[in-house]
Design a protein around this ligand. Structure first.
Ligand SMILES: C[S@@+](CC[C@H](N)C(=O)[O-])C[C@H]1O[C@@H](n2cnc3c(N)ncnc32)[C@H](O)[C@@H]1O
Length: 318
């Protein structure tokens, strides 16, 4: 990637030197999540995919295993170098905001565990440019199961190593951008249970694969000592600790470009993430693409999000 293109991208996260830990210890994605991503797009073996922020290609290879031809777009040399080769995956040094892929050249754009690093507006525009009409965008994250005591213990240790640096819920803002982007239709969300078992070297590698975790000095030494103690507290008889995860997948269809007037009125308003809504140009849709019919007839919306929805929807609709 040349310097002028680099400037167009978000300053990408510090994955320098972390590729090996990442490839060794990061969780993959469950088969059920990978299967639902191309569903309805035809034979997966005929699909052309761009996987942006591909890292070491964990998601790229899972899609390629189903027969798809994947271009893995990844700006970090360390991540690309740690990638296990796959016959149907080609790596390109580029940012999500500006890829070398041609206009309308791919059936599917995927983005695993990475969308929160991008400039959302520029990336969504680039995804729409790359996608063929009727193509699909899939954005996925592995998230910790809330209230899991081991995970809370692990998070506390990792946050202590660099206070305030963990991304936390930074995926929410990009999701809101997707929800309100008029270039994409029929946004919906799926949750798939997932888990990851790691031995002690895996646990240390997993912590070290995080972009904000120190890799040297006193904070790093303390982190390793804390992780050893954590492993001692939580490992099962086979020496493994268990991460309870769920994979959240957002799917959206590449819609025809349309008048942005009313859609922008909604896009400018920050919504709680629970208020999953879409504007299809003539009516508001819920997270399953169904028209929002009226107060009280949308059981999946919380009362707070319903209140938000109507506060924003009524001025637009009336
Ligand atoms: C948490 S990793 C996820 C990697 C991979 N998709 C996976 O599922 O394992 C985030 C990746 O996004 C990449 N990244 C950060 N900023 C980027 C940008 N602006 N464009 C493309 N990739 C970016 C990082 O280099 C890193 O490899």
């Amino acid at each position: 990637m040349n310097d002028s293109l680099r400037k167009l991208a978000a300053p990408h996260a510090d994955y320098k030197g972390r590729g090996a830990d990442y490839a060794y210890a990061r969780p993959d994605y469950p088969h059920a999540a990978i299967d639902l991503i191309p569903r309805g797009l035809g034979d997966p073996a005929r699909l052309v995919v761009a996987d942006v922020g591909a890292g070491t290609g964990i998601g790229s290879r899972l899609l390629a295993d189903r027969g798809a031809r994947v271009t893995a777009v990844e700006p970090s040399a360390s991540m690309r170098e740690a990638a296990e080769p796959h016959a149907r995956v080609i790596f390109r040094d580029a940012a999500a905001e500006h890829t070398p892929l041609s206009k309308a050249s791919v059936d599917l754009v995927t983005c695993f565990q990475a969308f929160h690093w991008f400039k959302p507006g520029a990336t969504l525009g680039e995804c729409r440019r790359m996608l063929k009409p009727g193509g699909r965008l899939a954005v996925a994250w592995n998230r910790n199961v809330p209230d899991d005591e081991f995970l809370a213990d692990f998070r506390r240790i990792v946050s202590k190593a660099r206070p305030g640096a963990a991304p936390g819920n930074k995926h929410r803002a990009p999701v809101q951008s997707l929800m309100s982007d008029p270039r994409f239709d029929h946004v919906r969300r799926h949750k798939v249970p997932h888990s990851r078992a790691l031995d002690l070297p895996g646990l240390i590698g997993y912590a070290q694969s995080k972009s904000y975790v120190p890799r040297e000095g006193q904070a790093h030494r303390q982190l390793i000592a804390d992780l050893r103690a954590l492993h001692g507290r939580w490992a099962d008889a086979s020496g493994e600790v268990h991460f309870a995860l769920r994979t959240i997948v957002y799917l959206a269809e590449a819609g025809a470009p349309r008048d942005m007037g009313q859609s922008q009125a909604i896009a400018r308003t920050r919504l709680p993430e629970t208020c999953l809504k879409m504007w299809d140009g003539s009516k508001l849709l819920d997270c399953y693409g169904q028209p929002v019919a009226g107060r009280g007839r949308t059981p999946f919306l919380t009362s707070t999000s319903r209140a938000w929805l109507w506060r924003i929807a009524m001025p637009v609709l009336s």
